[in-house]
Design a protein around this ligand. Structure first.
Ligand SMILES: [Zn+2]
Length: 189
């Protein structure tokens, strides 16, 4: 007994854009978009940020000949009026390969992270201050050790000079130091 003959079978859906409608606007070139406004991680479910309404919109017809943005409204459902975005059914020009997009995204991320890592220097008042501040900003642990090593001989010399006692241990022109112990005399009562 076979049941397959009597089971309803869903018609195979065509893998193509369902509507022939086209937006009057020129095609969106992927290379003109910010890499972060494009998501090609799942090529069959590619999405981009619509340049008109700035929402994520799926691209349809990824396996067909013509790629278009799906018809969509401009606002949030339930919150805004149901106004169809002008970029509905807009052609998408795939002038960017997936590896190119990945590279552009990586570069943009790297650029952003390097921007954050930059040390912001205070505004310099003079060339000397500027040099000092720059040297301080660029100072590394190894640089500090080298700085101390360079300073140490001077410190040793100064200490040595301080230890030397000048000739004559008594001031020549001054009152002599009192040598008698002073005791407080209480009046007898
Ligand atoms: Zn839109």
């Amino acid at each position: 007994m076979s049941i397959t003959a009597t089971m309803p079978v869903a018609k195979k859906r065509p893998r193509r854009t369902r509507t022939k409608q086209l937006s009057p606007l020129p095609a969106i070139q992927l290379s003109k978009l910010l890499p972060s406004h494009l998501d090609l991680r799942k090529p069959l479910k590619a999405v981009l940020v619509c340049t008109d309404c700035e929402t994520w919109v799926p691209i349809t017809g990824m396996q067909g000949k013509v790629q278009k943005l799906v018809p969509h409204h401009t606002g949030k459902a339930g919150a805004a009026a149901a106004i169809r975005c002008l970029s509905s059914n807009r052609l998408v020009d795939f002038d960017l390969t997936i590896p190119e997009w990945q590279q552009a995204l990586t570069d943009a991320t790297k650029e952003a992270s390097s921007r954050l890592a930059t040390t912001v220097l205070p505004k310099a008042f003079s060339p000397q201050t500027d040099r000092t501040l720059r040297a301080r900003a660029e100072r590394t642990p190894a640089g500090r050790v080298a700085d101390w090593a360079a300073v140490l001989p001077h410190v040793a010399d100064t200490d040595e000079a301080r230890r030397a006692v000048p000739v004559g241990d008594v001031p020549a022109e001054a009152r002599s130091v009192p040598r008698n112990h002073l005791a407080i005399q209480r009046p007898a009562c």
